[in-house]
Design a protein. Sequence first.
Length: 149
Amino acid sequence: MHRPKAQTAALLASPEDTEAQFYEALQNADLERLMEVWADEDEVSCVHPGGPRVVGLGAIRAGFEAMFGQGAIAVHPERVRRLQTGETAIHQVLERVQVNGPEGRQSAWVIATNVYLKTALGWRMVLHHASPGTPHDVQDVVEEPATLH
């Protein structure tokens, strides 16, 4: 289902809204909905685990279209660390992807960085960079603060 741009902007009122729409589109293999979360910028880019950097909306669309040819992607954001400053938001996400393997349904882990930019049409994705992860990546390694309060 194609949504009018004005309706989409209302749904993408925050980086969290945009991220939720992105993962729901992946889970439903909804290419049109997925492409609506991307900014209309020449330099948007996407890196799938183990893949090359893909730049531009046409190339990103083609990449996801090929992935959806295999069906929906059972991906769920497990942990999100957020940094927002002004009109830019960066989310570091630990994704759990359910895959069917020789031993049945198993979890695979992906570490992703999603970058969002506030535009006239609401918050839009400008980068999705995903790398293979492991179950050990569920734990964060956090440096102790240097300043005592």
